[in-house]
Design a protein around this ligand. Structure first.
Ligand code: MF3
Ligand code: CO
Length: 265
């Protein structure tokens, strides 16, 4: 798909329905995330909760990915695969990435959360990654260019001494999980298409504590940092509207203005 589809208000509300289920599931998974729990347990719970809401997990079967949830621990960046053998331990950070399809429309979001008590640098990495997501979202405004989102994310991350993963990007979303455009989390400002009301984006910075280089593990899916330092990942599905960016995958925020400390519910 190379054209960016503009969604009507009705279509945006359908995407929101999918996104709110994703947000609810992530919230429940967050409560269950503690030492001793396996990533398999989290996967099973995500699938059961989605099905209870008549939603279908979006990732299962997507390009052959076998699970409903992506669980990426510590040096794993994205696409970590749930396993009965993977037991969470105190001090880990874990990215939970989940998507569903409901009534023909997709929702997609991710959070990175602590397992018990974590180090100060792990905490700072998670905080900066989430802040970078909100800096990006704040640029998803009518009249801006696509790369204004990318640039805002990169600028914040590098100012804090972390690095942006290049190989994975955010994406348009709607009737398909991955639509045009691709949204890199780095780049100069003022490039790419001009943003218009009705565009819907999954914005998802993946941020490394050390270098930006990655490797893919032999399972063919799990992306890890080359230096095996930590990585964090946050994602929201966001609509570009005449009144500003609207976060569709949050249980409490609606419109953000310039940063996370200044949103309207
Ligand atoms: N949020 C991720 C993405 O947009 C999840 C995809 S995992 C996959 O790429 F298994 F479905 F590929
Ligand atoms: Co995504």
């Amino acid at each position: 798909m190379s054209l960016i589809t503009l969604k009507s208000r009705e279509e945006i509300e359908k995407i929101r329905r999918a996104c709110l289920i994703v947000a609810e599931v992530l919230e429940r998974l967050k409560e269950e995330t503690k030492p001793g729990v396996t990533t398999w347990d989290l996967n099973q719970l995500s699938e059961e909760l989605a099905r209870r809401r008549k939603a279908r997990p979006a990732f299962k079967g997507y390009r052959g990915y076998p699970y409903a949830l992506c669980t990426s621990i510590n040096e794993e960046i994205v696409h970590g695969m749930p396993s009965k053998k993977r037991v969470l331990k105190e001090g880990d950070i874990i990215s939970l990435d989940f998507g569903v399809i409901v009534d023909g429309f997709y929702g997609d979001a991710a959070i990175t959360i602590p397992v018990g008590r974590i180090s100060e640098r792990a905490e700072r990495l998670c905080r900066v990654t989430e802040e970078a997501l909100y800096k990006g979202i704040a640029q998803a405004r009518v009249g801006n260019r696509l790369s204004d989102i990318s640039h805002a994310i990169q600028t914040h991350v590098e100012k804090e001494g972390f690095s942006v993963v290049r190989e994975f990007v955010g994406h348009g979303i709607g009737r398909f999980l991955h639509e045009s455009p691709q949204i890199p989390n780095y780049g100069p400002p003022g490039r790419g298409v001009r943003l218009r009301a009705g565009m819907v984006f999954a914005i998802e910075p993946m941020i490394n504590e050390g270098g930006h280089q990655i490797e893919i593990l032999p399972d063919g899916w799990t992306a890890v940092t080359k230096d095996r330092k930590l990585s964090a990942h946050f994602e929201h599905t966001v609509a570009v509207t005449v009144s500003g960016p609207e976060i569709l995958s949050s249980l409490n925020e609606r419109t953000v203005f310039f940063d996370k400390s200044n949103y309207k519910v």
